[in-house]
Design a protein around this ligand. Structure first.
Ligand SMILES: [Cu+2]
Length: 137
């Protein structure tokens, strides 16, 4: 019984190693955002309720769709940005100032389409679309 299980574990170890190498290749393939000539459209954040304010002076994704009551995390990186919502009923508080290397969460209790702008970089605009529960996407 013992020799059989030891050969099985050797096979499992080889498999685990192959998975690790594959994961490493994926990670390194996607992490070239520091390079000056990285590909234009960055992949959307892993968190489905996250907007990244990127060093490339863009909000990613430019449009995020969530449900009423969802909390959206705005992630600020190495370049300072802020978030000012267009005036309308139901908007959460603006994220003023120069925000670097922080994450700020805002909750959207009311269905609607909320546009926002970075006042440091007026060309940076984004939209959060908030749908009532049961609305088809
Ligand atoms: Cu900005």
């Amino acid at each position: 019984m013992t020799p059989k299980s030891s050969s099985t574990s050797g096979f499992a170890r080889r498999n685990a190693m192959a998975v690790l190498i594959g994961a490493f290749a994926l990670l390194t393939g996607c992490s070239d955002s520091y390079g000056p000539s990285s590909a234009p459209p960055p992949p959307p954040p892993a968190n489905p309720r996250e907007v990244d304010a990127t060093p490339a002076l863009a909000f990613n994704p430019a449009t995020l769709t969530v449900s009423t009551g969802d909390a959206v995390t705005f992630v600020f990186g190495t370049v300072a940005h802020n978030v000012f919502f267009d005036a309308q009923a139901g908007t959460p508080a603006d994220i003023a100032g120069n925000n670097m290397s922080v994450s700020v969460t805002r909750t959207f209790p009311t269905a609607g389409t909320y546009r926002f702008t970075c006042h440091i970089h007026p060309s940076m605009t984004g939209t959060v679309v908030v749908r009532a529960p049961g609305t088809s996407y």
